[in-house]
Write a protein that binds this ligand. Structure first.
Ligand SMILES: Nc1nc2c(ncn2[C@@H]2O[C@H](COP(=O)(O)OP(=O)(O)OP(=O)(O)O)[C@@H](O)[C@H]2O)c(=O)[nH]1
Ligand SMILES: [Mg+2]
Length: 413
């Protein structure tokens, strides 16, 4: 689904037999792209990128942590045509295409600014080809650039308008997972990326709505089902991912998990309490979600009957059906909970589960960046950097309007 696999007649142990990601790499610094294309790195990760689908724009020096600069690069010279042409070429190499997935940072200048411009460009040029999902990486709350809330607010406002669904992943949460789950004392950025990729991979892994679908391998779950189910209304586009287990690789083969008390139980408690890291689950806490939700308290359903099974199609997920813990858009026409399963293994886990939620707690956390930016804006801090690149009061006004509307929507759930 996500790779072009060479035909078996040409396969050998050489790099030419390695699957190629159906991806376009875009950056403003050649060294970043070169690292992705480096053949040593490609061998390590067992897939490669096509150099013809890589694109370095600008003068090679980045976007100076300025959303506006990154964003405006899209319209310099032939940059727009060059990027959209490379995306078009990738589209044409697919027999069937149903979605786009754009991964970038939430702050920074290139990932956020250029990422938003690319998202709008994809929507304008290719929306008939499929849905557009974004995954954005939220910055550390300290130790990064001072203007990160401005960049994050501009990104969120832009994507809330142009994307069909926005998965927010958090660097700080990923570090806690590395430390507590993977027991890495000082995680590096590579560890952070791997722990994030594990969650995202769980969410995007091929899985099915019924046993017969899996048997005949029809209608696998993918981005279109994920987005159309989890974003039932355009006012609620912010998604988050919970994934269990998070454990060191060397422990996986010695661990036997269970479904009900284990994988399902932990995901359920994390969702109920707004917990993002498995090792931080508070089992005593009933429902922290309430403080964000004015709706009447719904009592938790009875726990499911204990039944031990290794058959994924038998595992009861009824605790999720009742809707408690989730704060779901009331407009959702069907059950808020949809379950996709598969017998095929993910990495080497005996059992694992991924919950993709459209829930107020993580959404309000992400949107808190807009409030942070508003406070800075009131003080007039660093605004000249954006004004210089063409972001004036009118554009800020639109950012606040979009941001506060989304905040209001999620607070009212
Ligand atoms: N998870 C993760 N976050 C990253 C990685 N690289 C950068 N970030 C985060 O992304 C944000 C922006 O990082 P940069 O790479 O400096 O920014 P950029 O998008 O290249 O933009 P410019 O530097 O302005 O060109 C920061 O919050 C970083 O913490 C990475 O490899 N993994
Ligand atoms: Mg960069």
């Amino acid at each position: 689904m996500y790779f072009r696999v060479p035909s078996s007649s040409t396969s050998s142990s050489t790099l030419s037999s390695t699957p190629t990601g159906r991806a376009v790499l875009i950056d403003t610094e050649p060294k970043v792209i070169n690292k992705c294309l480096d053949s040593k790195n490609q061998k390590l990760r067992n897939f490669k990128y096509d150099p013809r689908s890589a694109c370095c724009v600008g003068d090679g020096g980045g976007a100076g942590n300025n959303w506006a600069r990154g964003n405006s690069l899209f319209n310099v010279g032939r940059v727009r045509e060059e990027i959209l042409d490379k995306i078009r070429r990738e589209i044409e190499r697919n027999d069937r295409l149903s979605s786009f997935h754009i991964i970038s940072s939430l702050a920074g200048g290139t990932g956020s600014g250029l990422g938003c411009a690319v998202t709008s460009g994809v929507k304008d040029s290719f929306s008939s080809k499929g849905l557009c999902m974004n995954t954005v990486v939220s910055p550390f709350s300290s130790g990064e650039v001072i203007v990160q809330d401005y960049n994050a607010a501009l990104t969120l406002a832009s994507l809330l308008r142009s994307s069909d669904g926005i998965v927010v992943m958090d660097n700080e949460v990923a570090v806690r997972k590395c430390k507590k789950g993977w027991r890495i004392e000082r995680p590096k950025m590579d560890d952070v990326n791997r722990v994030m990729a594990e969650g995202l991979g769980g969410a995007l892994k091929e899985s099915y709505a019924s046993k017969s679908d899996e048997a005949s391998r029809v209608r696998p779950h993918g981005i279109p089902t994920l987005v159309s189910h989890c974003v039932p209304h355009p006012s609620y586009k912010l998604l988050s991912i919970l994934h269990v287990p998070t454990m060191p690789r060397e422990s996986v083969e010695f661990t036997r998990d269970t479904w009900e008390g284990g994988v399902v139980g932990r995901l359920r408690q994390m969702s109920r309490t707004g917990c993002e890291v498995e090792q931080e689950i508070k089992w005593g806490v009933k429902e922290e979600m309430q403080k964000f939700s004015p709706s009447p308290h719904k009592s938790p359903p009875a726990p499911p009957p204990t039944r031990r099974t290794d058959d994924v199609w038998e595992v009861p997920t009824s605790p999720f059906d009742s809707g408690f813990g989730y704060v779901y858009p009331p407009q959702n026409p069907s059950s808020p909970f949809a379950c996709h399963r598969t017998y095929s293994k993910y990495r080497s886990f005996d059992k694992h589960g991924t919950l993709i939620q459209n829930s107020s707690l993580p959404a309000l956390k992400a949107l808190g960046r807009v409030e942070g930016a508003m406070r800075k804006h009131e003080a007039g801090a660093y605004l000249w950097q954006y004004e210089r690149e063409g972001v004036g009061e009118g554009e800020w006004e639109e950012v606040w309007n979009t941001g506060t509307e989304a905040l209001g929507n999620y607070r009212r759930l």
